[in-house]
Design a protein around this ligand. Structure first.
Ligand SMILES: [Zn+2]
Length: 270
């Protein structure tokens, strides 16, 4: 067993959060394959609409703790919250793939959902290229990682995120993953001008650096779909350095290093 930030921990923290801040909406945007809730939180009331989400991948549970911790701090009024909330509305979905976390915490190296589909390869963004590339990686069936599904948006978790994104017309999205302290920011040259302005700011305020994915990781991801569909800035932020799953002890340092970037996402006007 890995000491994990799992679904039960998230649910408990959300219940505490609700009790402490009854005025802040906490709701579910859908259910996973195994019927776990895909929880969401909405903070603020500004016109800029920002969306953060974590844990597309089972072993990356620190990316759920990150938005949850951020929500707690903001709920407590830290970081000049009043000014932030006049400017922005922040939507958070801390755990897109709760079933994957439950599988991975038993020690199994598992990134996919309960049906063996890698959710971050299941979006409709050159999905067929991801499918073709699988052959080269020897992936022919559902499994722990990189299997893109039978067709785009075949999974309830992907579908829920797509619907939620379509309903809320986000101006900016950050998809949190773990490994390498890099920022993926483009999709086949379709990122808007604004993306570069954000990227410069993010690099200025944090240790994160821009990068470009290679091979099979270049297609079918949430940020790929978001950029391609809405022509708005979407980023994948890779937290932490080491081996997944990152230990819980790494969290305080990760939070410190990522916080300025998250605040900048809410404050910055490109
Ligand atoms: Zn990932």
């Amino acid at each position: 067993m890995h000491p994990a930030y799992d679904y039960a921990t998230l649910t408990k923290e959300l219940n505490e959060f609700r009790t402490k801040h009854p005025e802040i909406p906490v709701f579910s945007i859908g259910k996973s394959v195994e019927e776990r809730n895909l929880y969401a939180i909405r903070l603020g009331s500004g016109t800029k609409r920002v969306f953060f989400h974590g844990v597309h991948h089972g072993m990356e549970w620190l990316t759920a703790k990150l938005p949850m911790e951020f929500a707690k701090d903001l709920g407590d009024g830290l970081y000049d919250a009043d000014t932030l909330w006049k400017k922005s509305t922040l939507y958070l979905v801390p755990m897109v793939n709760p079933d994957g976390v439950e599988i991975a915490k038993s020690g199994k190296p598992w990134q996919a959902n309960a049906r063996g589909v890698d959710l971050n390869h299941n979006y409709d963004a050159l999905w067929h290229r991801s499918k073709l590339a699988e052959v080269e990686y020897g992936i022919t069936e559902p499994g722990p990682t990189r299997y893109s599904g039978a067709y785009p948006e075949s999974e309830p978790e992907t579908k829920a995120l797509v619907n939620f994104t379509r309903q809320n017309s986000f101006d900016l999205t950050l998809a949190f993953h773990s490994q390498g302290e890099v920022i993926y920011w483009d999709f086949c040259g379709t990122a808007p001008e604004e993306s570069l302005a954000y990227l410069d700011r993010f690099e200025e305020v944090s240790p994160y650096l821009r990068d470009a994915p290679e091979g099979i990781a270049s297609y079918g991801g949430y940020k790929d779909w978001f950029i391609q569909t809405f022509k708005k800035p979407g980023f994948t932020i890779e937290i932490g350095v080491g081996k997944n799953p990152l230990p819980l002890e790494d969290f305080p340092e990760i939070y410190k290093r990522t916080l300025p970037l998250m605040l900048e996402a809410l404050q910055f006007e490109p």
